[in-house]
Design a protein around this ligand. Sequence first.
Ligand code: ADP
Ligand code: TYD
Length: 217
Amino acid sequence: METKTVNNEGIKKGRFIAFEGIDGSGKSTQIALLAERLRQNGIRCYTTMEPTDSPIGSLIRQVMTGRMKMDNRVIAGLFAADRLDHLLNEIDGILYKINEGVTVLTDRYYFSSYAYHSVDMPMEWVIKANEQSSGILRPAITVFIDIDPDAALERIAKNRFHQELYEKRSRLVKVRENYERAFKLLEKEEDYVVIDGSQTKERIADMVWDAVKEYFV
Ligand code: ADP
Ligand code: TYD
């Protein structure tokens, strides 16, 4: 958790909040709504995501679209490297932003790795591979938007063209279970909240606000 709350010039550090959930759970929708609410309350805020748009993130996207083939362990390593750069980049890294007093909302952080890569590998290995990031910065709170994979896939299908729907579904079922397993495993170290993602966008936004507002008073 953030231990020092002011930087060297006495500026109050920004908060860091991570959003997690399976694909189509509504993370990016909720991040946009929370950012709007924070700005209305006069809080400087920056939204970001993983994989990032860095060269490492681009490499990951090439693998995800099937243009490049890589071993699962290498892919997990790339996500861990992308995350470290996301944190440490001197121009627009998360640490730099929060040190300047800006609140950062990220669409995915290390729990995504724990949930997605543990489908193919032991979770302990994935947690270890991300120890640099978790050692440097844990979110003030992780907001997990929980939704049934069928509902998520229905939403995705409305907006995007998707092949291998069946394969995707069975994978998402496992990813959701892995999220639950990871939160349970790390409940002593991590602050998180589970929010029912099956409700309306507005209702979810209110629940997210209730969960995070204590960090901004
Ligand atoms: P994610 O970022 O988790 O993949 P999105 O925020 O992009 O999810 O949402 C996926 C799709 O579902 C989008 O088309 C979005 O408009 C829609 N959506 C988001 N939240 C809700 C909701 N609460 N109810 C119905 N549809 C939603
Ligand atoms: P993206 O298109 O951003 O999907 P979403 O809208 O669901 O966030 O793709 C991110 C994909 O990458 C998503 O399927 C989850 C996966 N992922 C991992 O496998 N490991 C990770 O560490 C991260 C951050 C994402």
